[in-house]
Design a binder for this molecule. Structure first.
Ligand SMILES: [Zn+2]
Length: 255
């Protein structure tokens, strides 16, 4: 039986996510920006929270953990604590570990750069990638703790996943990302199509995620730093992909 995935807004522009296995009734929250909307979504579905899968230590991803853990007795899974200690974590995971949520399996990829502890969860059978603040639709997270080459390597790990996997990211930033991406690749047909789709969705007050990873590979300039058209778009023809990526990120920070 397929898993059910629900997404809903939290805080200002975060996404809350629940993934539920109808066979075992297990339900995981991917991150916990704040408890209120997560409790409301659980009650709306009649689900009970069994697990919280944390991606990184930022407050807008862990703010609801303590309250949810106390209310449901949920197990909290979080990244290795080589760099940052996250409170209330029961089980720490790193690259290649597999987390069991009832009958669901989530593979852990270490994707440092935004923070050093950032991990992403891949549900292979459900073809679902929860990338939090590493990869956004048509964008990527700011590089706060890592280096540009480190973040580029993390994006390559995510880009290696199949095209038919869906990307569930941490924030609704797509409209601003599209605006920036068009300054780099104004003639990219996939990007122009995505821009129209995003404008339509936002006008209807609908979320722009999930998206297909295959579509992101065609339109997300941050996943395309090794494409000649992207290097040319930032006047860095012939430079390494990591250097082009760094320039893209710098420009986006200032945009
Ligand atoms: Zn973050």
């Amino acid at each position: 039986m397929a898993a059910d995935i629900r997404l809903f807004p939290c805080l200002t522009d975060n996404f809350g996510y629940l993934i539920h296995n109808p066979a075992t009734k297990a339900t995981a929250s991917i991150d916990a920006p704040e408890a209120g909307p997560i409790v409301k979504a659980l009650e709306h579905e009649g689900w009970r929270l069994t697990d919280i899968l944390i991606t990184h230590h930022h407050g807008d991803h862990v703010g609801g953990v303590a309250e949810l853990k106390q209310k449901y007795g949920a197990r909290v899974v979080g990244p290795h604590d080589k760099t940052t200690k996250i409170a209330n974590v029961d089980h720490r995971v790193g690259q290649g570990d597999v987390v069991k949520v009832g009958g669901l399996l989530a593979r852990v990829l270490e994707t440092p750069g935004h923070t050093l502890d950032h991990i992403s969860y891949v549900f292979d059978l459900e073809k679902a990638l929860f990338a939090a603040d590493t990869l956004f639709s048509i964008g990527c997270g700011r590089v706060f703790e890592g280096t540009y080459p480190m973040m580029w390597d993390s994006l390559l790990k995510l880009r290696a996943l199949p095209d038919d996997f869906k990307l569930y990211c941490g924030h609704e930033y797509t409209a601003a990302n599209v605006k920036f991406a068009l300054t780099v690749e104004p003639e990219n047909a996939a990007l122009k199509a995505r821009a129209e789709e995003v404008a339509r969705l936002r006008a209807a007050n609908k979320p722009t995620v999930p998206t297909l990873l295959g579509d992101e590979k065609k339109a997300n300039v941050f996943l395309r730093a090794d494409e000649p058209s992207v290097a040319a778009g930032v006047r860095m023809k012939g430079r390494s992909a990591a250097e082009v990526f760094g320039e893209l990120r710098e420009r986006k920070n200032k945009s």
